[in-house]
Design a binder for this molecule. Sequence first.
Ligand code: OAD
Ligand code: ZN
Length: 249
Amino acid sequence: PDVRAVAQAVRDAESVVALTGAGVSTASGIPDFRGEDGIWERHDPMDFHIDRFRSDPEGFWRDRVKLQASAFDDGNVAPNAAHEALAGLESAGHLDTVVTQNIDGLHQDAGSEDVIEIHGSAARVVCRDCNQRFDAEPAMARARDGDLPPTCDDCDGTLKPDTVLFGEQLPEHALMQSQAKAESAGVFLAVGSSLTVEPAASLPRVAAERGATLVLVNLESTPLSGRADFDFRADVTEALPQLRRAVEE
Ligand code: OAD
Ligand code: ZN
């Protein structure tokens, strides 16, 4: 596929939307789910199910502390060239919105401003009783100290990471916003995602049905590879900076 042709489409489009998945953060040291060495090679997906949280919040938090320690590289994670390219495209006026399935906050750290987190954020926890949201760090600190499960300062309810588990609904506002963005996109970039988890995977499909130019960047093929206008089997940390340079040429 031709990067310059994509760059031209990006420059010409009124609205460019990117959907990102775990593949944009692997170069920052955070494992993906289904790629090589992914989380599913070490964890049972049922450990990420709301039923598991409901039946054993204490065990869930204990696993979460371990996962955080292994997956987030001691908290030393930083955005990589892929996050930076997307932030650069936005600040140059060539990208409207990043819709992300990631919970790591790295798009914001790279300077992206319009970010829709459809699977929530690891930076927050939510109280199961009063629904208030809080910074995750104090709750994580208590969990690390063995105070399990951490509870709400206000009502003593059980706190849960404010991330979407299997069996849970996506945050409604974020989902509706991202659907609207997909419907009006002139170019839709789906990057670093296996495009296998609904409803996120339906966003590029909807965009393409509404006439968007569909661009995929992923190391492996995806279920949408057959319908993409441009299908880059490439590393996002190389392809996205290349695209950014081509757009700005
Ligand atoms: P996946 O792990 O399913 O897919 C990540 C894709 O990125 C794989 O196809 C990898 O080959 C590819 N990849 C990895 N590193 C890359 C790189 N440097 N450059 C290009 N491609 C690379 O992750 P997602 O599609 O994000 O949801 O998974 C979707 C959802 O599944 C997650 O948000 C999570 C999980 O269940 C929830 O937990 C709700
Ligand atoms: Zn509460």
